[in-house]
Design a protein around this ligand. Structure first.
Ligand code: RIB
Length: 291
């Protein structure tokens, strides 16, 4: 099982011709609302790609639509707690070249408690299970520390990136997932290459350049599949969720990298983050056609 202590956002998505410059007022050409949040996007990707997932998250009293969406995506509501804060949300602008800009309101995502974390971790099996966390919730370091103290394996996506949050995590995780920009920022903050700090798995996604998985023994490179993107929001979340699903199923990191590259290639050709995430069968069909 994958236990994902992760954010849940209402994504308010505006299509724009170009991203606005400071002081500019811009009319949007389209508007949609979706279930989103890096955490729940990863959970949906892992679930759709075949993993057994328990998502742990917090919604405000205004989060009923998101609660229904989570259930419609096939995730259990067992780990979703209602708290007093407003539900987390994201204002997302997507331009004609599929680039985006995101403003986050953390809200309910910052309401995790140690009690909630410890109760959830009791459901995990150290022999088989992984814990996932990212920076959109509070208590991220506490989640990783508590999971490690129970001998669980921890995957951490250091996004949105802040060095002061990422660096203390490095002692408590088995897998660090970053994009190239985050990897460079981490290198600056550490004063050394993140490949040299002894991480068991360092996953670096590089957009059109593909992805690298650095382990103690080797570096696996996976080229990106060539597609025409429509919306890249959630591509990194899809990559990590799909990678974790295939890795936990096959225990084959090269196969998991390739599977994740295919899942995120499909995902960017569709609008939205969570609704764009493909099912396992779609990923396998894509691989059959494109390998
Ligand atoms: O990674 C994409 C996600 O980032 C969006 O769904 C948005 O909610 C923000 O968390």
């Amino acid at each position: 099982m994958i236990l994902n202590f992760g954010s849940i956002n209402l994504d308010l998505v505006y299509r724009v011709a170009t991203l606005p410059t400071p002081g500019e007022t811009l009319a949007s050409t389209g508007y949609e609302k979706y279930l989103g949040g890096k955490g729940v996007n990863q959970s949906i990707a892992a679930h759709r790609c075949g993993a057994d997932v328990l998502h742990l998250g917090c919604l405000g009293p205004d989060g009923n639509w998101l609660r229904e969406q989570i259930a419609d995506f096939g995730l259990s509501l067992e780990g979703i707690k209602t708290v007093e804060d407003h539900t987390g949300h994201a204002v997302i602008l997507v331009d004609d070249s599929a680039e985006n800009q995101i403003v986050l309101y953390g809200g309910s995502n910052r309401a995790f408690t140690m009690d909630q974390i410890e109760t959830a971790l009791k459901k995990a099996n150290p022999k088989t299970d992984w814990v996932i966390c990212q920076n959109e919730t509070n208590l991220v370091q506490e989640i990783a520390q508590a999971a490690k103290s129970m001998n669980l394996r921890v995957a951490y996506s250091a996004a949105p990136f802040e060095a002061e949050h990422a660096i203390p995590m490095l002692d408590h995780i088995d897998l660090l997932a970053v994009n190239e920009v985050e990897a460079a920022a981490l290198q600056d903050a550490l004063g050394k290459d993140p490949r040299d700090i002894g991480l068991r798995y360092l996953l670096v996604t590089k957009g059109a350049e593909g992805a690298d998985l650095h382990t103690h023994h080797e570096t696996l490179h996976q080229p990106a599949f060539s597609v025409t993107p429509k919306d890249t929001t959630g591509a990194g979340d899809t990559f990590l969720g799909a990678f974790m699903a295939e890795f936990t199923l096959s225990n084959n990191p090269a196969k998991a990298l390739c599977f994740a590259a295919a899942a995120s290639a499909i995902q960017v050709t569709r609008a939205g983050a969570a609704p764009a995430i493909p099912m396992r069968d779609e990923v396998l069909a894509f691989l059959k056609e494109n390998q």
